[in-house]
Ligand binder design. Structure first.
Ligand code: ADP
Ligand code: MG
Length: 341
């Protein structure tokens, strides 16, 4: 009898680990292979950055509430987010598409309007890709190429004890935006006569449908003269990303719950769904904000910035990773990033 292991038993991170644990790199130019937001290649006077993402209909997006122009914009934006997460600047992208006969030319053209808008907004050149048919649904794969000055590179593995933990923008909005879209989809399914009521939810819905990669945060860090000791973008939720930094930097983290940045509309919508806003921030994901660590010596420069908040600090590995609640209670962060794919 042959063995059979369900991929859902492994989860995404363990699957990648199992498949790639014996992959060796042989090129002297490979500085960072699998395991960070982007691969890092030594190009002599600078590092080149390469990252790729695949979006699949029904898994990453639902056509019933996703405008194609937004989807095109998001496909580029989320990929560039991985280049920014290395403290880099994106320069080029390639876009590959698989499309079923369900989609007319006009629909794919709309998708491309969004792709082109994002390329223009972030100043990257679309330089290639591939197009093929698919039996069901749509798939979009984007590869982003960027660059970073060698001394500015920020890996997930560089955090040091006592470094300050910072996060850009606000969190939890994209998750609650998705909950609203899913709720309206259910209402619409049960009664197609009722039009979705999305008024007043613009901010959180836009956070989900059209996230903006934080080019401005990287620019701000440059202006402040701050080079993060480690950095990652928030695609799976603050909790999961904190654990990536902790594991890869071999350290622990303490994050203060009351310091997690939340937008007022996220708090209001969470109340309606009877959800704790900080739980949405920790477990929700898709915010595409940047999580990074900086040395204590940068505290003064950092505390003046309106682009990011200081939410905690790095500890030794033995202290583990925890959220500190206002009364002083500490809750260990769970490895919930191991969700099935
Ligand atoms: P992110 O969320 O930043 O896009 P992922 O969690 O998707 O990162 O991937 C983690 C690391 O694993 C990255 O370095 C990525 O390039 C690598 N990776 C993911 N899938 C594969 C695969 N099938 N083969 C090789 N490397 C992979
Ligand atoms: Mg990433």
């Amino acid at each position: 009898m042959s063995d059979r292991t369900e991929i859902s038993e492994l989860g995404e991170f363990e699957l990648i680990h199992q498949l790639t644990k014996d992959v060796k790199t042989t090129q002297p130019s490979t500085v960072q292979g699998i395991g960070d937001d982007a691969a890092v290649i030594d190009r002599g006077d600078h590092y080149e950055l390469v990252s790729t993402d695949l979006l699949v209909e029904g898994v990453h997006f639902d056509m019933s509430y996703t405008p194609l122009k937004h989807l095109g914009y998001k496909a580029i934006s989320v990929n560039l987010s991985d280049i920014f997460a290395m403290n880099g600047t994106p320069t080029h992208v390639t876009v590959s598409l698989a499309i079923s006969s369900r989609f007319p030319y006009e629909a794919v053209n709309e998708l491309y309007d969004g792709i082109k808008a994002a390329c223009e907004r972030f100043g990257v050149d679309l330089v290639g890709g591939d197009t093929t048919s698919s039996i069901t649904g749509m798939m979009i794969s984007v590869t982003a190429i960027g660059r970073v000055a060698k001394e500015k590179l920020a890996l997930r593995s560089g955090a040091k004890e006592n470094d300050l933990i910072c996060v850009s923008g606000d969190l939890g909005g994209a998750y609650i935006g998705l909950q609203i879209l899913e709720r309206e989809k259910m209402v619409w399914k049960d009664n197609p006569e009722i039009q979705p009521d999305l008024e007043g939810f613009d901010y959180v819905i836009e956070r989900f449908l059209k996230p903006e990669a934080r080019a401005d945060v990287i620019e701000e860090l440059g202006k402040l003269g701050i080079t993060p000791t480690s950095m990652i973008d928030i695609s799976d939720g603050l909790g999961s990303e904190l654990l990536h930094i902790a594991r890869q930097s071999q350290c622990g983290v303490r994050v203060y719950e009351e310091k997690i940045p939340l937008d007022a509309s996220t708090i209001t919508q969470c109340q309606e769904f009877k959800m704790e806003p900080s739980v949405c921030a920790l477990s929700g994901g898709e915010d595409y904000e940047l999580l990074f660590t900086i040395p204590q010596s940068d505290f003064e420069a950092a505390s003046k910035s309106e682009f990011f908040s200081i939410i905690g600090h790095i500890t030794d590995a033995a202290s583990g990773s925890a959220i500190v609640y206002p009364q002083g209670e500490e809750i260990q962060i769970k490895a919930q990033g191991w969700k099935s794919i």
